[in-house]
Design a protein around this ligand. Structure first.
Ligand code: AMP
Ligand code: FE
Ligand code: FE
Ligand code: ZN
Length: 320
C-alpha cells in the first residue's frame, strides 16, 4: 500500500492510536478512466486488468468509448485478481460543434434509449471511415478502408486511433502521435467529425439509465472552448451533472486548481484518472492520476440514488 506521495508506508514506523493492527497502512488507489481494445485502447481487457493490479490499483473503471462490450470480461478478471471494478462508458458528445466526452458510471447500457443512441454513435464512427480514407488519399497518403478496419477487429467502436494504427502498419508514420500530429488531430485533413450527443441529453439519458454522469477532461484538447463554468453550472442545474474529471494529463496544474474551485462552488464530485489507452497514448500510465476515496464514496452514493430513481437494470460495482 502507498501513502499520498505513492511511497510505501510501513505500519511499524507509525506510533500512537492511528497505528493499524498489522501490515501496511491501507490507502486506496482508484483510477476511474481507462480504455481497452474494445474501443481505442491497445490492450485486451484481461491484460488491462492485470496491468491495473501490477500498477497497485485497488479500483479501476473501464470506460471504453461508446461501448460496454468489455464489462463482463473485466468483472471476471477483477474477481480473479481481487481488485475493484466499476463498469463505465465514455460517451461521445458535441456542443456547438466541439467534441465533449461524458464519463458514465454504472448505467444500464441496455436501457433502450441509451442503447439506441450508443448504436447510432457507433454507426456514425464506422460510416465516416471511407470519408477519412478519401481525404487522406487526396493529399497523397496511401490507405484503404480495409486497412483501417483490420486494426479495429473486436471493437464495435472505430476511432481515429485505428486509422492511426493503419498508418503505422503501412509504414506512413512511426506511431499514433505522429499520425495525429500530421493527419488526424482536429483541423487536420483526416479529421472528420462523427455523430455525437448533445451533452445535456446524454446526461439525462445516463441518469435515466441509473448511472452517474461526469464530464471527462472538461478543459482538455478541444472541450475547453465550450466547457466554461457557466456551461458546467447549467449542466448541473438543468440536467443533474454529478461531477467533473479534474486530475487528467490534459489539465495543467493551474487548470486543475481552477476546476477544483468550480467543482466546490457547484457542490459536485471531482475525479482523477489516467485515461490509459495501453501503448496508444504516451504519458497516460495507469494510476498517473487517481480519485480520492471520499470522492469515490460520493460517486457510489449518487449511483445508489440514480439507480433507485430508475427502472433500468443497473450493474453493480465489484468492490472486494
Ligand atoms: P475519435 O473518437 O475517433 O474522434 O478519436 C478521438 C480519440 O483519439 C481520443 O479518444 C483519444 O483516445 C485519441 N487521441 C486524440 N489525440 C491523440 C493523440 N495526439 N495521440 C494519440 N491518441 C489521440
Ligand atoms: Fe480514446
Ligand atoms: Fe476522452
Ligand atoms: Zn478516454
Amino acid at each position: 500500500m502507498h501513502n499520498c506521495q505513492g511511497k510505501p508506508v510501513n505500519a511499524d514506523s507509525i506510533s500512537g492510536d492511528n497505528r493499524p493492527a498489522k501490515g501496511l497502512v491501507p490507502l486506496v488507489r482508484i483510477d476511474l478512466h481507462t480504455h481497452s481494445n474494445r474501443s481505442d485502447g491497445t490492450d485486451p481487457v484481461d491484460v488491462l486488468m492485470t496491468h491495473a493490479q501490477q500498477a497497485g490499483l485497488d479500483v479501476i473503471a473501464l470506460t471504453d468509448h461508446d461501448t460496454a462490450d468489455g464489462w463482463v470480461e473485466a468483472r471476471g478478471a477483477a474477481e480473479e485478481l481481487g481488485i475493484g471494478f466499476v463498469p463505465g462508458l465514455e460517451i461521445s458528445c458535441k456542443l456547438n460543434g466541439i467534441s465533449v466526452h461524458l464519463l458514465s458510471y454504472l448505467p444500464d447500457p441496455s436501457y433502450p434509449p441509451l442503447a439506441k443512441d450508443l448504436q447510432v454513435i457507433r454507426d456514425g464512427r464506422t460510416d465516416r471511415i471511407p470519408t477519412i480514407v478519401a481525404r487522406l488519399n487526396s493529399i497523397g497518403v496511401p490507405l484503404t478502408v480495409e486497412e483501417v478496419l483490420a486494426q479495429a477487429t473486436g471493437t464495435p467502436s472505430v476511432g481515429r486511433p485505428h486509422v492511426a494504427d493503419a498508418l503505422v502498419a503501412n509504414g506512413t508514420v512511426a506511431n499514433r502521435s505522429e499520425a495525429f500530429d500530421r493527419f488526424l488531430a482536429d483541423g487536420r485533413a483526416g479529421h472528420v467529425p462523427h455523430y455525437a450527443l448533445e451533452p445535456g441529453h446524454a446526461i439525462d439519458l445516463v441518469r435515466e439509465a441509473g448511472g452517474v454522469p461526469v464530464i471527462a477532461h472538461p478543459w482538455g484538447r478541444s472541450s475547453h472552448k465550450v466547457m466554461t463554468e457557466e456551461t458546467l453550472a447549467g449542466l448541473v442545474q438543468d440536467h443533474g451533472l454529478a461531477g467533473i474529471e479534474i486530475d487528467h494529463q490534459d489539465h495543467s496544474p493551474q487548470s486543475r486548481t481552477a476546476l477544483r474551485a468550480i467543482a466546490e462552488n457547484l457542490g459536485i464530485i471531482y475525479t482523477g484518472s489516467s485515461d490509459h489507452h495501453g501503448a496508444g497514448k504516451i504519458d497516460h500510465d495507469l494510476g498517473v492520476n487517481t480519485t480520492q476515496p471520499e470522492q469515490f464514496e460520493r460517486l457510489l452514493e449518487v449511483a445508489k440514488v440514480n439507480a433507485a430513481a430508475s427502472d433500468a437494470q443497473v450493474p453493480e460495482a465489484y468492490l472486494p
